[in-house]
Design a protein around this ligand. Structure first.
Ligand code: UD1
Ligand code: PEP
Length: 433
């Protein structure tokens, strides 16, 4: 059993490097299935459990995948005939595997993918994905826990999404690249990871415009080819580090961080009294002695990201007064708060609204992650808590952060990751995956 152990109270100082984005690499890996010629080579690939899971999904479909951890390069050859079925054992490990549905349908005219379940943060249906694919001409059936989509040919369509779903936008983009004619996705998701996917698809030979706006236009082409692509930086990892600096009175340069990807977070941290300097070499964050309370509402991009909500609640807890967090994207994303209560946090939950009474006098405790960003929030709380915090269930953290403890340790935190054996002895963990 592994744990991260933190002794709080250290100011973070220095420079931190950020990896490629989990939420960009996963759809990019799915997109590589569309290349019938050449191989796809991807740089700056984050070393994450989800990347290994997606590699296994692609291999189950008969793509050849090679991931070199040292150079962080991923090579995918999908040029040979592919299978059309993504099995339950893999899809159930990671919801994002549903994105192979659109790619397989476009490439093979048929796809069978296990229905992804919900997860701790919400039920997460895929009705919008299916609605979009149906509008492109797919016949979709659900049987025995699998979704099967078939189409002799996909035909471009005008698709309006009731909600700007990231995954639905990506699935439809992948399917539409090889459809006959033009597709418009209206009320599309506008996240930077959508833009990165569009860049990659364009490099492969797709005709896409408007990614990053509400309307994406895709003119279908006959075929796509392998390319080299560098994954965009992970704005959520960058944001997590910004909050770490903000709450520890730190002085941290987030190297090469992209300010316009984190505009709402920068705005809210500034309101809290954090000094933020967007420089050519990254974003410099200086935490104040006292944080001011602030109200936050999560929204699809360019609103405040739900994936920064748990981390932000730690900063709000430490602020001098009452702050409000309103979570509008997922229905159950306050699971970390019960763990923070063990650390002496004072708050009330009313539906999807959280009232945080600061300034909290956080005390170290044994806590357990319930999902990926909950894990990050608990580590952040440990950085400022009095005494020792032990964070368990690190498999969630490993989905989205590589060696977070090492990065924080290099900035001056007293933090280590250990494997605890049956006798209770602790062994240092040097490489998480
Ligand atoms: C791998 C990846 O990129 N994951 C991100 C992606 O997840 P994901 O793509 O799953 O998130 P969506 O944008 O699709 O979901 C947002 C909301 O829409 C709902 N919905 C979605 C699809 C659908 O068909 N029907 C429906 O009702 C969901 O239940 C949720 O309440 O965007 C989320 C919202 O920014 C982020 O938290 C995740 O980190
Ligand atoms: C919710 C997240 O990811 P996923 O959609 O992969 O579960 C996340 O990155 O915070």
């Amino acid at each position: 059993m592994e744990e991260i152990i933190i002794n709080g109270g250290h100011r973070l100082q220095g420079t931190v490097e950020i990896d490629g984005a989990k939420n960009a690499i996963l759809p990019i890996m799915a997109a590589s299935l569309l290349a019938t010629e050449g191989v796809t080579e991807i740089d700056d690939v984050p070393i994450l459990a989800d990347v290994y899971t997606m590699s296994a999904v692609l291999e189950s479909l008969a793509a050849e995948v090679a991931f070199d951890k040292n150079s962080q390069k991923l090579r995918i050859d999908a040029s040979k005939p592919l299978n059309y079925e993504a099995p339950f054992e893999l899809v159930s490990q990671m919801r994002a595997s549903i994105i192979v549905l659109g790619a397989l349908l476009a490439r093979l005219g048929v796809a069978k993918v296990a229905m992804p379940g919900g997860c701790a943060i919400g039920s997460r249906p895929i009705d919008l994905h299916l609605k979009g694919l149906r509008q492109l001409g797919a016949r979709i059936t659900q049987n025995g826990g699998y979704i099967e989509a078939r189409a002799q040919k996909l035909i471009g369509a005008d698709i309006y999404l009731d909600f700007p779903s990231v995954g639905a936008t990506e699935n439809i983009m992948l399917a539409a690249t090889l459809a006959e004619g033009t597709t418009f996705i209206e009320n599309a998701a506008r996240e930077p990871e959508i833009v990165d996917l569009a860049i990659m698809l364009s490099e492969m030979g797709a005709h896409i415009s408007g990614a990053g706006t509400e309307t994406i236009k895709i003119v279908g082409v006959k075929k796509l080819h392998g390319i080299s692509h560098q994954v965009v930086q992970d704005r959520i990892e960058a944001g997590t580090m910004m909050v770490a600096a903000a709450i520890t009175q730190g002085h941290v340069l987030i190297k090469n961080a992209i300010g316009y990807h984190n505009r709402p977070l920068i705005s809210k941290l500034t309101e809290m009294g954090v000094k933020i300097d967007e420089r050519d070499d990254g974003i410099l964050v200086e935490g104040p002695e006292k944080l001011r309370p602030v109200n936050v509402k999560t929204m699809p991009h360019p609103g405040f990201p739900t994936d920064m909500q748990p981390q932000m609640t730690v900063a709000q807890l430490l602020a001098d007064g009452v702050s409000v967090m309103n979570e509008t994207v997922f229905e159950n994303r306050f699971m970390h708060m019960n763990e923070l209560r063990r650390m002496n946090a004072d708050f009330e939950i009313e539906g999807n609204t959280l009232l945080l009474h600061g300034p909290a006098d956080l005390r170290g405790a044994q806590v357990e992650a319930t999902d990926l960003r909950a894990a990050a929030a608990l580590v952040l709380a440990g950085l400022v808590a009095d005494g020792e915090t032990r964070v368990g269930q690190l498999q969630y953290l490993d989905r989205g952060y590589y060696l977070l403890h090492q990065k924080l340790s290099l900035l001056g935190a007293d933090i280590r990751r250990v494997d605890i054996d049956a006798s209770g002895a602790e062994h240092p963990v040097l490489s998480a995956i």
